[in-house]
Design a protein around this ligand. Structure first.
Ligand SMILES: NC(=O)C1=CN([C@@H]2O[C@H](COP(=O)(O)OP(=O)(O)OC[C@H]3O[C@@H](n4cnc5c(N)ncnc54)[C@H](OP(=O)(O)O)[C@@H]3O)[C@@H](O)[C@H]2O)C=CC1
Ligand SMILES: O=C(O)C1=N[C@H](C(=O)O)C[C@H](O)C1
Length: 249
C-alpha cells in the first residue's frame, strides 16, 4: 500500500482521488481553507506540509491544486525527501524552473493529463502531424465553467508535440479580419457546464479532414492515473519523470 498525501484535497480532483483510492491509502490532505478533514482524511495547511509528510509517514504526494500551492508542497517534498506527482496545470516559466529544482532532490512526475487515452492521443498527433505535413491544424479544448487556466495544460502539451514536428505559430481565437496564415494553428478554449475535458486536433487538407479527439467522461480517470503514477514513483532516484513512462511500464 502506498501512503499518499493529496494536495488540493478539498477540490474537484481532490475528491476524485479520495474516491479512487483504497480505504487507507490517503493519509493526509493539504488545502488552505479551514476544513479539518475531508471524508475522514485530516487536512493540513500547505505551509505545514514538510512536518506533516514526516508525521503521517507519507510515501508520495499527489497534487491537483493551484500553481502556487503546488510549488509550496513540492518544495516541502524536496525538504522531506518525498516523491511528488504534479497534476496542477498553468505554471509560468518561474514555476516550471522551481519544479525542476525540486526534481534535483526527489522524484517528480508531472503530467498535464493523467488519462491513458491522452497519452495515446499525443503519440497519434505526432504521427499525423509528421505525415500530413501540409495540412492545416486547429486545436480545440472544452472544459467545465470553473476552470481557471486557458488553454488547458493538455492543449499546451499537444501544442508542444505539434511544434516538435512542425514550425507552427499559435493564434489564440480569431476575431475581425483574420485571414489564416499557412503556418498558424488556431487554438480555442471553450468553458461550459461540467465538461470533464475534451480535446480535438483537426488536420485538414483540401479534400479530406482528419479529426483526432479525446473525451474524459469522469474525473476518476485522471485520479486513477495519478495514483498509478504515485505507486510507480516510490523508490526511484531523484529526477523528472513523465506519465508516458508509467503507461509503458
Ligand atoms: N493532470 C491532470 O490529469 C488533471 C489536472 N487538473 C488540474 O488540477 C488542478 C485542480 O483542478 P480542480 O480540482 O478541478 O480545481 P479545484 O478548484 O476544484 O481545486 C483546487 C484545490 O486547490 C486548493 N488550493 C487553493 N490554494 C491552494 C494552495 N495555496 N495550496 C494548496 N492547495 C490550494 C483548493 O482548496 P482550498 O481553497 O481549500 O485551499 C482546492 O482544494 C487544476 O490546475 C487542473 O487544471 C485537473 C484534472 C486533471
Ligand atoms: O481542469 C481540469 O478539469 C482539467 N485540467 C487538465 C488540463 O488543464 O489539461 C486536464 C483535464 O483536461 C482536466
Amino acid at each position: 500500500m502506498t501512503r499518499v498525501a493529496v494536495n488540493g484535497v478539498t477540490g474537484q480532483m481532490g475528491h476524485a482521488v479520495l474516491a479512487a483510492a483504497g480505504d487507507a491509502d490517503v493519509v493526509v490532505g493539504f488545502a488552505t481553507s479551514d476544513a479539518d478533514a475531508v471524508d475522514g482524511v485530516p487536512v493540513v495547511h500547505p505551509a505545514d506540509a514538510a512536518d506533516a509528510l514526516a508525521e503521517y509517514d507519507v510515501d508520495a504526494v499527489v497534487d491537483f491544486a493551484v500553481p502556487e500551492g503546488a510549488l509550496t508542497v513540492a518544495e516541502a517534498c524536496a525538504e522531506a525527501g518525498v516523491p511528488i506527482v504534479v497534476g496542477t496545470t498553468g505554471f509560468d516559466e518561474d514555476g516550471m524552473a522551481r519544479l525542476k529544482d525540486v526534481s534535483e532532490s526527489v522524484p517528480l512526475l508531472k503530467a498535464t493529463n493523467f488519462s491513458r487515452g491522452i497519452q495515446v492521443l499525443q503519440r497519434l498527433v505526432r504521427e499525423a502531424v509528421g505525415t500530413l505535413d501540409e495540412y492545416d491544424l486547429e486545436l480545440v479544448e472544452t472544459h467545465h465553467n470553473r476552470k481557471v487556466d486557458a488553454p488547458s495544460g493538455t492543449a499546451n502539451t499537444i501544442l508542444d508535440v505539434i511544434q516538435s514536428e512542425r514550425d507552427v505559430e499559435p493564434v489564440y481565437g480569431r476575431e475581425g479580419h483574420a485571414p489564416r496564415d499557412e503556418d498558424e494553428i488556431g487554438v480555442f478554449a471553450r468553458r461550459a457546464g461540467d465538461v470533464r475535458g475534451e480535446h480535438e486536433l483537426l488536420l485538414a487538407g483540401d479534400d479530406e479532414v482528419l479529426s483526432l479527439s479525446h473525451r474524459a467522461e469522469d474525473r476518476g480517470v485522471f485520479a486513477a492515473g495519478a495514483l498509478d503514477a504515485a505507486a510507480w514513483l516510490v523508490g526511484r532516484d531523484a529526477g523528472w519523470y513523465s506519465f508516458g513512462e508509467v503507461v509503458d511500464a
